[in-house]
Each structure stands twice: as structure tokens, then as C-alpha cells.
Design a protein around this ligand. Structure first.
Ligand code: UDX
Length: 506
């Protein structure tokens, strides 16, 4: 089938690459000539694992072209996908100008019959608005549920396909294009997609409904994810206050088959190009119809507060952050992407800089930090840790799980480790000599503190460094005790306990 994709952003290019992979002839149009020219030269403007593999294969089979001439791609297409951006305006309103421009381009270039498919996330009623511009061409809502980093598996092995139209033949045309995906009968695909395919039930669930219902389903899905994470972040604060371990709480909750384990991971808050924008838009959609949307608003508020977690925790150790060197491990809003749109790191940096801290960051994908404020970029985690007064895990890049913690600690000025993603093993961090603080989980209690004269020179050095550090105000001073580096397991029975109690968390 000939398919046109309008918009060469993340959703457009992932959709184009996947549709070409299942055998369609796909043309991508974008008003940005420079982007099209880059794509023609094989340059993908963002990180998305395996998208380049899909493009190479599709280009080799001449199933994927890029053009800045609308006629080249729309002229003989049976389906036209709208995948343009819908940024937030103030007060959560959505800027529909790109969608409406794209619709007008379709109107100017469309053949006699083509089904127009809106995949851009847009307020309920947008498909109707596009329809009024394009009558008699049928316009269908087909929300995308693509998460960055796993977008190809999300497209090719979806949990469901939602089609919003009252026109049965338009729905049929779109479902025909998705036939291989629905039957879970894919050509050779990258390993993560194959893996997802193995555990997916066939056929993929398809929901055909009204445009309004499809449009709301997308917002409701994203808002539900936000509510879940914000809920666990609130439980994490309660866990902190009562001395419970939120990771184990999340595990216990997620094992309930009615709840499930996903999106229960506490941290420094959710971000990215979709969730914050979509939850604000849903709140606005509701309030414009006189519905208060209290849960949605609360989830958003909890998330805003959560972004202050780093500054709050550091202030429990340091009366002032003036000239304290704080190293951020990660910047992107989640691993496997270089996307900084609405990343919690933006607010964390601005708060720390505002409090006078010297902020240094290392992120494997985000190398340009100038836009974040007056902060420095480190070449690697060791350079980041050098002379630091605290390290903060901001993004849970998998490689951070294997960091040489002893070495990191040895080059720091003060061995404080804030794990904003609960990624690291608290017992291992403590054994390496760190004062470990997670989100809603405490380090195991250090019951056996060495007498000062029994401590090694290294331990004494660290103890002295800690002399400058203030403990959390309402916690006993011993809370910042740690077993000390280099002690054998037999000397530290509390650490054995830590290992047992943290098993299965990661
Ligand atoms: C999201 C939706 O998942 C996707 O369906 C939609 O189409 C686009 O928006 P994405 O923005 O790529 O995808 O990221 P996602 O994986 O959903 O994570 C969003 C944020 O939530 C990240 O900041 C992540 O760190 C955070 N998160 C996620 C948590 O804090 N805890 C969790 O348990 C899961």
C-alpha cells in the first residue's frame, strides 16, 4: 500500500520505518527542508534504538523516501498519516497550528480518495476539526502509544490498536495496512521486537470506536501512567517518614494481578515530551467542560513537588549548597534517549544553581549542557565524581548499575550518593563507603560502627569529611553512619542483612 507520512519527528519517522518494514511504500514529507535533506543522507535526527536498521533495510528495498515536496508523497497515497507536533500553549492548551497546516496540505494535494489518519496527540474534537477541512476525505483518529527507547516494539507489537471513526470502510483500509501487525506475523525484526513478539498474544487487540473515544483513550492512558508514578512517589515520601522500603512496597503492590508491576518505580518525577504535555492538556479539556479533573491535577502537583527531591535531600546534609560541587549522573528524562524535553533535570539544575551549587553532569547521550544553565559537563563518571560533595542519579542508564563505586567514592570530597531512581543497590553503595539515600528507601542500619582508633586511615579520612556534613535534622546522627570501606563481610553482619533485604529489587 502507498502511505504518506506528514511530519519527520519521532512519531512520524518511527511510523514510517515500521510501515516500510511490513512491506508498504512509504513517503515522508516535512516542511523542514534541512531535516529532509539529512534523512536523505541517512542521518536520523534523534536517538531511537534500531530505527537506523529499519531505515537501511527499507531504503535498500526502495520502500522509504523523504521529500520536502508534498506532491511527491501525498499524490498517490491510499493512507495519509498526520504525525506533526502538538506543543503545549500556556494553561495546558494545545497548539494545533501544525496539525491544521498539515491538514490543509493534504487538502491541497490529496488524490480523489485517501484515508487521513491523525496520529498526533490532540484534544478531543480535533479529528472533527480536520474532517471539516477535508470533507469528503475520511479522517480517522489512530492514537500512537509509542514510548521513546522502545518505540519500534511498541509500533510493531502493540498492546492494542485504537481506531476512531464511524466510517467502516476507512477503518477497514487502515486495519488492512496494519494486517501483519495485527496477526503478529512480522518479517525479520530487531531483537527487542522479536522478544516482545514471543510473549505477545495473537491477534493484537483492535478497538474501533468513535473519534472522541479514541482521542480520549490516548489522554486517559497517559494520565493513568502519570497517576501511578505520582502515587508511588507519594507512597515513597510516606515510606521515608515511617522507615519502610518503597521498593519492596512497590513489589508487593505490583504482584497483585489486578494492579501489575509497571509504572510503579518511584523517582525524581516523570517528564518527557508527552506525559507532562498530555496531562496538562487533559486537565484543560476537562476544565473547559466544567469537569474539575482532581486526580489528574493532583498527579501533576505531586510530580512538581517531586522535582524538588534532590535539593531537599541535599539540604538535609548541607546547611548551604554555596560552592558545593554536585555531580549529576544522567540528564535525559529516561535512559536510551537524548531527549531533554521537560526532563526533571532541567528543574533540578535550576534549583541547585539557584542555591549556589556548582553543578557538573555526565549523560551518555546528552553531551550539550549549555542550554541547562551555567553547568559543566564531565567526560565520564570518574571525572564527574572528582572533588564532588554529592553524586545524584538522575537517569537510570543501565551502565550506571555497573559503576565502580569504590573508585568513585575515592575521588569524591564527601561520599554522599542520592539515588533519584532507586537504581543502585543500597548495600553495595554502603559497602563502597557511600552514604546512600534513595527515594523512599533507607540504607540498612549501620549497627556496628568501628571505634575511631580501630578505623583504617581511609575510614578516618571519610569520617573527617563527614564532620563537615550535617545529618538530616529529625534523624539521629548515626543515620549518616556507614559501615566503612574495605571491611570484610564477616565484620559487618548488618550488610549481610542489607543484601538479603534488597534481593530481587533490581
Ligand atoms: C510516554 C507513554 O509511555 C507513551 O505511551 C506515549 O505515547 C508517550 O509518552 P515516554 O514519554 O517515551 O512515553 O516515556 P515513558 O517510558 O512513559 O516514561 C515517562 C516518564 O515516566 C519518564 O520520565 C520516566 O522516568 C518516568 N517513569 C516511568 C517513572 O518515574 N517511573 C516508572 O515506573 C515509569
Amino acid at each position: 500500500m502507498k502511505i504518506a507520512v506528514l511530519g519527520a519527528g519521532h512519531v512520524g519517522l518511527v511510523s514510517a520505518g515500521c510501515l516500510a518494514t511490513i512491506g508498504h511504500d512509504v513517503g515522508v514529507f516535512d516542511v523542514d527542508d534541512q531535516r529532509i535533506e539529512q534523512l536523505q543522507r541517512g542521518i536520523i535526527p534523534f536517538e531511537e534504538p534500531h530505527l537506523d536498521d529499519l531505515f537501511i533495510t527499507a531504503r535498500a528495498h526502495q520502500r522509504l523516501t523523504f521529500s520536502s515536496e508534498a506532491d511527491d508523497v501525498i499524490g498517490d497515497a491510499a493512507l495519509v498519516f498526520l504525525c506533526v507536533n502538538t506543543p503545549s500553549l500556556r494553561e495546558g492548551d494545545t497548539d494545533l497550528s501544525s496539525v491544521l497546516t498539515a491538514a490543509r496540505i493534504v487538502g491541497d494535494h490529496a488524490p480523489r480518495y485517501a484515508v487521513v489518519v491523525n496520529r498526533s496527540t490532540a484534544p478531543v474534537g480535533t479529528v472533527d476539526r480536520i474532517q471539516s477541512l477535508l470533507d469528503p476525505l475520511p479522517v480517522v483518529a489512530n492514537p500512537e502509544f509509542l514510548a521513546e527507547g522502545s518505540a519500534i516494539a511498541d509500533f510493531l507489537v502493540p498492546d492494542r490498536i485504537v481506531v476512531g471513526t464511524l466510517d467502516a470502510s476507512a477503518a477497514g483500509c487502515l486495519l488492512e495496512a496494519y494486517d501483519a501487525i495485527i496477526r503478529r506475523d512480522l518479517p525479520p525484526v530487531p531483537a527487542p521486537v522479536r522478544q516482545r513478539l514471543r510473549s505477545a498474544a495473537a491477534p493484537a487487540p483492535v478497538i474501533v470506536t468513535s473519534p472522541e473515544t479514541a482521542e480520549l483513550a490516548k489522554y486517559a492512558a497517559n494520565a493513568h501512567l502519570c497517576v501511578r508514578v505520582s502515587f508511588m512517589n507519594e507512597i515513597a515520601s510516606i515510606a521515608d517518614a515511617v522507615g519502610a522500603d518503597v521498593s519492596v512496597v512497590a513489589q508487593a503492590v505490583g504482584l497483585d494481578h489486578r494492579i501489575g508491576p509497571h509504572f510503579l518505580q518511584p523517582g525524581i518525577g516523570w517528564g518527557g515530551s508527552c506525559l507532562p504535555k498530555d496531562i496538562a492538556a487533559l486537565e484543560q479539556i476537562a476544565s473547559s467542560r466544567g469537569v474539575p479533573a482532581r486526580m489528574v491535577r493532583a498527579a501533576n502537583r505531586v510530580n512538581q513537588d517531586q522535582r524538588g527531591w534532590v535539593a531537599k535531600k541535599l539540604s538535609e546534609f548541607y546547611p548551604s549548597l554555596h560552592r558545593r560541587r554536585i555531580g549529576l549522573l544522567g540528564l535525559a528524562y529516561k535512559p536510551h534517549t537524548d531527549d531533554m524535553r521537560d526532563a526533571p533535570a532541567q528543574e533540578i539544575v535550576s534549583q541547585l544553581v539557584g542555591l549556589g551549587a556548582e553543578v557538573v553532569a555526565f549523560d551518555p547521550a546528552v553531551r550539550e549542557v549549555g542550554g541547562l544553565g551555567p553547568i559543566a559537563s564531565a567526560e565520564d563518571p570518574i571525572a564527574l565524581a572528582e572533588g564532588a560533595d554529592a553524586l545524584v542519579v538522575v537517569t537510570e542508564w543501565p551502565q550506571f548499575s555497573d559503576l565502580d563505586l569504590e573508585r568513585l567514592r575515592s575521588v569524591m570530597r564527601t561520599p554522599i550518593l542520592l539515588d533519584g531512581r532507586n537504581q543502585l543497590d543500597p548495600g553495595r553503595a554502603q559497602a563502597a563507603g557511600f552514604i546512600y539515600v534513595g527515594v523512599g528507601r533507607r540504607p540498612p542500619p549501620a549497627r556496628e560502627r568501628p571505634a575511631p582508633d580501630a578505623a583504617s586511615p581511609e575510614e578516618r579520612r571519610n569520617t573527617e569529611a563527614l564532620g563537615e556534613v550535617q545529618g538530616p535534622p529529625n534523624k539521629p546522627r548515626s543515620w549518616i553512619d556507614w559501615p566503612g570501606p574495605g571491611r570484610r563481610r564477616s565484620q559487618a553482619p548488618d550488610r549481610t542483612r542489607a543484601r538479603r533485604s534488597t534481593r530481587g529489587r533490581r
